[in-house]
Design a protein around this ligand. Sequence first.
Ligand code: GLC
Length: 742
Amino acid sequence: MKNKLIFLFVLSIIGCTTAQKTTKSAITIKNIHPVDSLLALMTTEEKIGQMTLFTSDWESTGPTMRDTYKADIRAGKVGAIFNAHTAAYTRSLQKMAVEETRLGIPLLFGYDVIHGYRTIFPISLGEAASWDLAAIQQAARIGAIEASAAGLHWTFAPMVDIARDPRWGRISEGAGEDTYLGNAVAGARVKGFQGANLTDNNTILACAKHFAAYGAAQAGRDYNTVDISDRTLREIYLPPFKAAIDAGVRTFMTSFNELNGIPATGNKYLLKDILRDEWKFDGMVVTDYTSINEMVEHGNVANEKEAGELALKSGVDMDMQGAVYYKYLKKSLAEGKVTIQEINQAARNVLMMKYELGLFDDPYKYSNVTREKELVFAEAHRKFARRLAQKSIVLLKNKKGILPLPQKSKKKVAVIGPLADSQKDMLGSWSASGHAEDCVTLKKGLQEAGSDLIFSFAKGCNIYDGDQSGFAEAKKMANDADYIILSLGENRGMSGEAASRSNIGLPGHQLELAKMCKKTGKPMIVVLSNGRPLAIPWIAENADAIVETWFLGTEAGHAMADVLLGKYNPSGKLPVTFPRNVGQVPIFYNAKHTGRPFDAKNKYTSKYLDVPNTPLYPFGYGLSYTSFDYGKITTDKRRFTQSDSINISVIIKNTGDYDGTETVQLYIHDLVGSVTRPVKELKGFQQVKIKKGAYKTVTFTLTKEDFMFYDKNMKWTIEPGKFDIYVGTNSSAKDKVTITYF
Ligand code: GLC
């Protein structure tokens, strides 16, 4: 005990000087990094222990649980624990590691702090709908402040998987279908979680997941096969991971899926050739939940021991919950199937994370009950959550300006639907330590809004069962009202992990409820709460207004009421296409032209017989209570060379009755390439606040980088030729200028 404390004291002195001066390339004594000094003292078992991650028994986020994790900690066989939080609990577990093991190496504590720890923000897809990078970063910052105050060192976020298939439940966890927006959001979230200096005790390690192309699962069925071209992988799915690295992300998580025949968790092309050799990533790679073991199910290895050997040799540093390294790696080493160098490198990558956090200086620095009481669920955090929730709301329809409601009138408003008062569903999936009872529902938000309106509430039906016993009460209430607000959508469990849907319409009898309300002839406003794009053609046709609210988190109802009553003019834009029906899927804006683009006058063109090719609502779409008029697009040059930058400008006038925020989007179309190019690609967006009657000039500066792509030889390049540049309010923009690169 005395030796160990002396050792730690020495290490902490070294650690303290180096951690204060630098985090990655430490100033060392005798040219040996302190982590290497520690590594030299460790046995093989202790090294393998550092490469092992187990869940606590506080909650289950996967198919297996173990009840021996405390004994494993005491035996020095675990390097990190996830799903354990609060200052007191993490301190108790840390004490076991620091005081009861031979070397006293601190544990890492990880958790899925995806959109908040206790103060819950909109689900990630909802945050992305704000297109407000500073706000998205601040939400991650607050998540880190609360999580670190609760003893956590590491979040398994951001999820940066591009998703083009709304059947896939995990579309709710990312930033939607577009790579450019996905890159920007990935960077903002990493910076928010990791802050300016990882040794600060309110910063946590971020984790870019799920590497890679998990969102391309065939048929939108979770965990399903991914088989895509290297071009699609590199142009669409990989860039947000690289953006996370450029923002300084320190950990990666491998995905469950196979990629082109090889599971990501044993995929050297991904984990070594791209991640380490091309991108020079020097952080730590953890698997997803038992994804090493699952390679046996995939069928690329015969047993778990072989799976462990393949994972290590492919570049996996830490085994989440699989206990494969824990059970077999020492034997694999003895048999020469893996090398001690491979084990040393993996263990070192894990130890470096602890070093960069300053845990060797003070293993208990995050487990502080006083900070926890002061910071978790702070009023300022909830205030910000309301602000971001407002920004995440997308106005999809507002016929005859029925919204905002006349809050100073004594009109009667019937609020009907299964989501109007469902606190738990406002949390969305992956709500960490969010408490349902904290959540403000639409009902409560309207009641607390201080309007003169007279509200009545009825559930009408459940979210997905066949019970219509509430219809009669709802019908009576609707007949008696001046306005109907329908609160419809999914429950929180219908998106997120293992929650794919083959039918993406409104579940249960909600559509019947809406049709019944429509028959009353009263103005009908539909408020959607959902984790994915929904196919709602009847609602789109028959509602007078539609407000997309995703799952808005703790302050959901306040934000919804702020928008419905005009205290906040909605500014959200869709980060993902809404199809007319599931038969159109996959449908996304940056598709190819094809050789037979649709032509109504020509049978032999690309179309369906029963539905248009166009989506219900396109990527980037969102209305405002005001109206924005776009002037002519101008460019400061029609021809450019590789050293030029091009300035594209447009004047936007607020021609309506409300001050508002518009997200101006710029898309390019490379008209001719050595490989076909998408009809549009987002290459810029700017959010501008414009007072009613005023106007603003928005200018985008493009460089040759914005026009580059992988040519027919997979060379990243720009090719001479014409480009159409569109600027508009969403991806269906028509106004353009044409410029030529030569
Ligand atoms: C889950 C998820 C992953 C999460 C991990 C830990 O299976 O796929 O996103 O971070 O396990 O809970």
